[in-house]
Design a protein around this ligand. Structure first.
Ligand code: COA
Ligand code: AMP
Length: 636
């Protein structure tokens, strides 16, 4: 017997025009489309060509005009500032956004200009994003945990007219001053923004550059509100940089029209929330989860979104999530499994849930990394709601696979993010582009065309877009994840096929870290691998081969490379362990055997590769790993 999901999935692939046109009815269009799916320039798919729209209008003005003006649009909950809670109604948020759009417009920002936003988790960040969208300009939010050098790379690629920043971010017990990072980045970058708008926070003062910087509050006081500017549905809404296989990040480009349609559709069908419900994505606006499900998805759907400036533990304790859920009547929470592992570690018996009324809470969604069965069961047992793993990527903007509880709730199979969502024609392929049988692990690919909201290209890099995603499996998008489908079409995501690692739900490039280590004057050669970690899923570990004749203390060199990664990439890399070795294990053609090294570190059985140059090196690696606390693995 078919269900609503089967029907939706079939229609989305057989008649995508009809399926997505129907979903598009949930959006206001200034001008309707000529074509829904436009593959005239395949493999570059465009959605809703000919249409005109404005994302900010749909996220705010539409609801103000449609009867939600006095409903809460955004609740800012900030334990790190001593328990600040501030609510913005849709009208208040629209007015703030319109005024800040006036500020940007006054600085010359218009259609297609880029605005880099390097901000902490404060409402002004959301205001800046929506104001940029209001003008038809393109935002690029950079996560606050990245260092000046990473910010500089993004400035040089996006070439912003204006940067919006703040005096500081706040971590547990620590104020992160942003101005030295911003100034450092602008010094390093070849491209210089015309202006920076700086939000002064109480926790840190800043000296503004008189010719460059504008104070947020002063500019707002002097600005006139600006109206929404209609843009082509295919115009970019934002660029979001994500880790690639080198230190050079990839600028994922998202459109306006398709993005709105897919996100709005997902709110009811995947998350089962209705307009007026409270939705909380405990992530950061610097990541795709924050873009899609702190800002755009909930607001497009007329929900109340929570902006939480805090952590799952330590602000002040492992009951923080339950407090927020009960205080704001959250219906759906979306976070990463690592947050739940952190809570479980501090409060294994979930005693801190007891004081709170969680009766409004209906479902927990997890993504960013695989939900391990232990965490799944702990959350299910203690919360008594469905716990749903779903799988997606910065590139896709919404779930490729999920359990769409608003459409049809499938039985949960631990370890699986359930089934492909409408529009996603997921295929498991072998190296020769052939589909594999159920149960066999292969490369997870999506048969083209990609559905609405998927990346259009990489910013100014169509060639890199093709090389990274389309060339290896002709006719398909390569997710770079490996896995399989079972006989019920449930998907299982097993591992990345490239050198990306996943640290606390954050996607990081080991290649990028190797580039930093290789810059150390004493390092001749190096490798970075991701090793299993109970809390964060994975942690990076570095291996250093020193230049001949270097006789300095190894501990000093390790401390220096650790500091270099923190300084060049940022604290978010969580690079804290490295070890000096005599040589790295390689194939006869010189390829470093990172996969085998990782198995050794994770204490998994491994086979010595037939192509290895010298098998003894693997024993040396095992000994080195033992020195930094990793058990010696078995050579099977
Ligand atoms: N600005 C500056 N520094 C930041 C930062 C930011 N926005 N975010 C994180 N950092 C720093 C942290 O302070 C930490 O620094 P430290 O090395 O001095 O301790 C480092 O970057 C690593 O941060 P993180 O990986 O977040 O580790 P943590 O120990 O602070 O917290 C968790 C661990 C599990 C509690 C935390 O990762 C978490 O809440 N994760 C939730 C999931 C999530 O947000 N996922 C994103 C995608 S959904
Ligand atoms: P990001 O682009 O930062 O969202 O990271 C995307 C990558 O995170 C994916 O390619 C996967 O490797 C991993 N990932 C995200 N969600 C899941 C999930 N639910 N299960 C397994 N891996 C996931």
């Amino acid at each position: 017997m078919t269900n609503a999901y089967d029907e939706a999935y079939r229609r989305s692939l057989e008649d995508p025009d009809a399926f997505w046109a129907e979903a598009a009815a949930g959006i206001d269009w200034h001008k309707s489309w000529d074509r829904v799916l436009d593959d005239s320039k395949a493999p570059f798919t465009r959605w809703f060509t000919g249409a005109e729209c404005n994302t900010c209008h749909n996220a705010l003005d539409r609801h103000v005009d449609g009867g939600r003006a006095e409903q809460a649009a955004l609740i800012y909950d900030s334990p790190v500032t001593g328990g600040t809670v501030k609510t913005y109604t849709y009208r208040q948020l629209r007015d703030e956004v319109a005024r800040f759009a006036g500020v940007l417009k006054g600085l010359g920002v218009g259609l297609g200009d880029r605005v880099v936003i390097y901000m902490p988790m404060v409402p002004e960040t959301v205001v800046a994003m929506l104001a940029t969208a209001r003008l038809g300009a393109i935002h690029s939010v950079v996560f606050g945990g990245f260092a000046a050098n990473e910010l500089a790379l993004r400035i040089d690629d996006a070439k912003p007219k204006v940067i919006v920043s703040a005096t500081c971010g706040i971590e547990v017990g620590r104020v992160i001053e942003y101005m030295p990072l911003l100034n450092g980045a602008i010094t390093i970058a070849r491209h210089k923004p015309e202006k920076c708008i700086i939000l002064a926070r109480q926790q840190a003062a800043a000296e503004l550059h008189p010719d460059r910087d504008v104070d947020w509050a002063e500019a707002m006081a002097a600005a006139e509100p600006a109206d929404c500017v209609p843009v082509a549905a295919t115009d970019p809404l934002y660029i979001l940089y994500t880790s690639g296989t080198t230190g050079e990040p990839k600028g994922v480009v998202r459109d306006n029209g398709g993005h709105m349609v897919a996100l709005k559709w997902s709110m009811k069908n995947i998350y089962d929330v209705d307009p007026g419900d409270v939705y909380w994505a405990a992530s950061d606006v610097g990541w795709v989860v924050g873009h899609s499900y702190i800002v755009y998805g909930p607001l497009l759907h007329g929900c109340t979104t929570i902006l939480y400036e805090g952590k799952p533990v330590g602000t002040p304790d492992a009951g923080a999530f339950w407090r927020v859920i009960s205080e704001h009547k959250v219906k759906v929470l979306f976070t990463a499994p690592t947050a739940f592992r952190a809570i479980k570690r501090e409060d294994p018996d979930a005693k801190l849930i007891e004081p709170y009324d969680l009766s409004a809470f209906k479902a927990l969604f997890l993504a960013g990394e695989r939900t391990d069965p232990d965490t799944l069961h702990w959350a299910e047992d203690n919360l008594g709601v469905p716990v749903i793993d779903h799988w997606w990527q910065t590139e896709t903007g919404w779930a490729i696979a999920a359990n769409p509880i608003g459409l049809h709730a499938f039985p949960i199979k631990p370890g699986s993010p359930t089934k492909a969502m409408p529009g996603w024609d997921v295929r498991i392929l072998d190296g020769a582009n052939r589909e594999m049988a159920a149960g066999d692990v292969g490369a997870i690919c999506i048969k083209l065309p990609l559905p609405p909201s998927s990346l259009q290209t990489l910013w100014n890099a169509d060639g890199r877009f093709r090389e990274s995603y389309l060339d290896e499996f002709p006719g398909h998008y390569k997710t770079a994840d490996a896995g399989y489908k079972d006989s019920d079409d449930y998907l299982y995501i097993m591992a990345r096929t490239d050198d990306i690692i996943n640290v606390a739900g954050h996607r990081l490039s080991t290649g990028g870290m190797e580039e930093v280590l290789a810059d150390h004057p004493d390092v001749a050669e190096c490798a970075v691998i991701g090793v299993a970690d109970e809390l964060k899923g994975q942690l990076p570990a570095g291996f250093l081969v020193l230049n001949a004749g270097v006789d300095r203390d190894h501990g000093d060199i390790v401390a220096e490379v650790v500091a270099m990664v923190r300084d060049k990439i940022g604290p978010v890399a969580a690079f804290k362990q490295a070890v000096v070795v005599d040589r790295l294990p390689k194939t006869r053609s010189g390829k470093i055997l990172r996969g085998t090294m990782q198995k050794i570190a994770d204490n998994e059985d491994y086979k010595t590769p037939a192509t290895i140059d010298d098998p003894v090196v693997l024993d040396e690696i095992a000994v080195a790993l033992e020195r930094i606390g990793y058990a010696k693995a078995r050579n099977a």
